[in-house]
Write a protein that binds this ligand. Sequence first.
Ligand code: ADP
Ligand code: MG
Length: 249
Amino acid sequence: MSDKPILEVRHLSKNFDANGVLKDVSFAMKEGEVIVVVGPSGCGKSTLLRCINGLERPDGGEILLDGQRIDTGADLVQVRRQVGMVFQSYDLFPHMDVLGNLTLGPVQALKRPKPEVEAEAEQALARVGLAEKAKSLPRQLSGGQKQRVALVRAMLMHPRLLLLDEITAALDPEMVREVLNVVLDLAREGMTMLIVTHEMRFAEAVADRVLFLEGGLVLEEAPPKQFFHHPQTERAQQFLNTFEFDAVR
Ligand code: ADP
Ligand code: MG
């Protein structure tokens, strides 16, 4: 783990209409670090992630990846190559089989040879328990399987940073675990990840640090043990009380 931050977010602000969603958000991430962002619905978690991969243009502040500004809108293609993102809804192409979905980005955007990417994709599928599904269409997969494919697709671009926005929120409970296990494996392999989740047990297990976002500000930034067991602010305490959390605490 090098000491230079991969990602620096400095005094980020973003408004929609008159509403300041993000007011003044600052934090930094080191290589291999996993940060989980939690906070009440509508507090701007998705907006934060969308600003980082260039889907939203910030109104103020700076975002730096490996020391370079990425928030100017100047080189979005480059930004999205380096910053992978997986959303709640699996945005796989419905008419392409799994292997086609997985190889599209590396072949088209990174100009890598197709056979080489296919071999890598097949290996990656096997690692997430989907070796048999290479030729399946997305509609022939369960939600949990589709999200595992979406994670593999993001990883095949070899991003510097992976953003995960509530990737298990639309899944039946029995599928949540299989997807989160893949994320835990990625964390163990040293993938740098910024994760928004409502799965608090998973958050505690995977996070190196937790950011509690509320009112457009980072109200708390703490190691997971401290945040989940000894939150410093009343707002964080109230937020945590809304989860059925007894089994964890
Ligand atoms: P979270 O992910 O924490 O639930 P979001 O970042 O999705 O919150 O949204 C934060 C606030 O910004 C919400 O009030 C939401 O309605 C508003 N918002 C998000 N995206 C847009 C948009 N494109 N246009 C207008 N308002 C938006
Ligand atoms: Mg959201």
